[in-house]
Design a protein around this ligand. Structure first.
Ligand code: S3P
Length: 184
């Protein structure tokens, strides 16, 4: 597969939505995937921050998680009504049934699946995630794996994001997307 996938793949006609737990690589991989597909990249957490005018941590701290989830839904429904793009979502987005159903209807979902050890190593690099501040990161992530992996498993495409260079993961996604277009 060529590193510039636009040479070999048709441009997507719908949003490509990356789902998965914190540390799965949604933003990093998403940015590169968008470059490879020749479409724009949008990070829904970043859009929430811009809409709220403060950080995700501040939203959780000042208004609580329920308000964050409400904002998350509003921002994602707006973004999903737009044209093709690569859209990285926060880890809780695909858990919300309204968001999940809208993604199913309007987009192609890609679950970046990673093991606990890999996620733990990646989330430990930054201490900005409110859900991980309340206790042992390993125990919290492990519980989120139990709760959310059965839901993420409903994504259209599942990609192992444990190992390999970012470029390799991007190439795996591009080829899975091409198969999806060819075979429905
Ligand atoms: C969350 C994940 C975060 C962010 C918020 C809640 C979650 O995004 O949306 O802190 O519920 O898993 P990332 O998955 O991009 O870290």
């Amino acid at each position: 597969m060529a590193s510039n996938a636009t040479d070999t793949s048709p441009a997507p006609t719908k949003p490509i939505v990356l789902v998965g737990l914190m540390g799965a690589g949604k933003s990093t991989i998403g940015r590169r995937l968008a470059g490879a597909l020749g479409i724009s990249f949008i990070d829904s957490d970043q859009e929430i921050v811009e809409a709220a005018g403060c950080s995700i941590s501040d939203i959780f701290e000042m208004y609580g998680e329920a308000i964050f989830r409400d904002l998350e839904q509003r921002v994602l429904l707006r973004l999903l009504a737009g044209g093709p793009c690569v859209l990285a979502t926060g880890g809780g987005a695909f858990v919300n049934p309204t968001i999940r159903d809208t993604i199913r209807e309007k987009a192609i979902s890609v679950w970046l699946k990673a093991d606990l050890e890999v996620l733990l190593e990646r989330v430990s690099r930054r201490d900005t995630r409110p859900l991980l501040k309340s206790g042992d990161k390993s125990a919290i992530l492990s519980k989120l794996i139990d709760d959310r992996y059965p839901l993420y498993a409903g994504a259209d495409i599942v990609i192992d994001s444990n190992a390999g260079l970012h470029e390799t993961v991007v190439e795996r996604i591009v080829s899975a997307l091409a198969q999806k277009v060819d075979h429905g």
